[in-house]
Design a protein around this ligand. Structure first.
Ligand code: NAD
Length: 339
């Protein structure tokens, strides 16, 4: 039986990354019936919106999607399609694992972190406006007990299911006393229900410094939306950069898999950027579908290609201008061969 999965190529480098990932996933022998849906800046003219309803309907129907990155205009223009998909479908948990792989030069060996980011509220609630145009603007940060409870519970359940021993809540409750004060209080309440898993908390600025210096002291990090976005990028920097950082967005019964990185628009159409993050997001999807063996095979094949260091993209070479770097599709070919 083929899995019917919504496939959103996205824009910028998204379509080439998704094409490479699709080939790798199909090479596992798992059958897919892709429901291909367009979203992003390129479909504005055709649909009058960067996120046509049919994309959301397709995800609601199929329950699983693989998504390439989508560009968001900076400062003006339409709101983020990525945030809109997560919020509209109530994909409340953004899971971003960051693990070192042999062959990638890093500052610390054996880093193994999982960032769990709240996806539906915080500063990404999108409630902001000009108070006086060009002079003053205001943004409202929403933190609720309901959303905090379920994201912290998600982090603990993830820890329990994946044999992890420590959950750390990351916050700024010393300054944001109402919002992050609530986040932290609720986190401690939920933690009491998981006595077998250690729990602590860190103020976000100190957390960033400690992750750079002593990442081994941390395991699962649970955070409100903006801190989760920033700290997960920091974690990806510890293990080789955005090119190798996968992600997943989970709701009660829907899941959308996408890399942590954005559309890297300056490399569009150049067959240059690293497909690993999208391919590993595909492995998370295989796992979610119950195809655990195929997921492991993809992860091992990626690890083998990176460890060998021959058929890898520019970002995994010691020098960014290394002429022996291969392109997106060639790295995917090597991963398929390793499969
Ligand atoms: P980006 O993640 O697209 O790229 C930043 C830099 O990271 C790139 O210039 C490149 O050096 C590196 N990089 C990213 N992906 C890589 C890959 N696969 N291989 C090798 N190197 C890679 O971030 P940005 O430039 O800040 O954002 C570009 C656009 O993407 C913006 O419009 C932003 O809003 C959007 N964005 C989308 C998502 C998403 O779709 N979920 C996430 C983040 C940013």
């Amino acid at each position: 039986m083929a899995y019917r999965v919504t496939l959103i190529p996205g824009d910028g480098t998204g379509p080439e990354l998704v094409a490479a990932t699709r080939r790798v996933l199909e090479a596992t022998g798992v059958a897919f019936d892709w429901d291909i849906r367009e979203a992003g800046a390129d479909v504005m003219d055709k649909y009058g919106t960067p996120l046509p309803d049919e994309v959301l309907d397709s995800i609601r129907t199929n329950k699983v999607a693989l998504k390439g990155p989508i560009t968001t205009p900076i400062g003006t223009g339409f709101r983020s399609v990525n945030v809109a998909i997560r919020k509209t479908l109530d994909l409340y948990a953004n899971l971003r694992p960051a693990r070192t792989m042999q062959g990638i030069p890093v500052c610390h060996e054996d880093v193994d972190l999982v960032a769990v980011r709240e996806n539906t509220e915080g500063l990404y609630a999108g409630i902001e406006h000009d108070v006086i145009p060009n002079e003053a603007a205001e943004s409202i940060r929403i933190i609720t007990r309901r959303a905090t409870e379920r994201i912290v519970r998600f982090a603990f359940e993830y820890a329990k299911a994946n044999d992890r021993h420590l959950v750390t809540a990351v916050h700024k409750a010393n300054i944001l006393k109402a919002t992050d004060g609530l986040f932290l209080r609720v986190a401690y309440e939920v933690a009491e229900q998981y006595p077998d898993i250690e729990f602590n908390d860190r103020i976000v600025d100190n957390m960033c410094m400690q992750l750079v210096q002593r990442p081994h002291e941390y395991d699962v990090l649970v955070m409100p939306n903006l801190f989760g976005d920033i700290v997960s990028d920091l974690a990806s920097g510890l293990v080789g950069g955005l090119g190798v950082a996968p992600g997943a967005n989970y709701g009660a019964d829907l899941a959308v898999f996408e890399p942590v990185h954005g559309s890297a628009p300056k490399y569009t159409g150049q067959n240059k950027v690293n497909p690993t993050a999208t391919i590993l997001s595909g492995a998370l999807m295989l796992d979610h579908l119950g195809e655990r063996d195929a997921a492991k095979r993809v992860q091992s094949a990626v690890a083998a290609v990176i460890a060998e260091g021959k058929h890898v993209t520019y970002d995994l070479k010691p020098s960014r201008n290394d002429p022996s770097a291969v392109g997106t599709q060639e790295m995917a070919d090597a991963i398929i061969a390793a499969l």
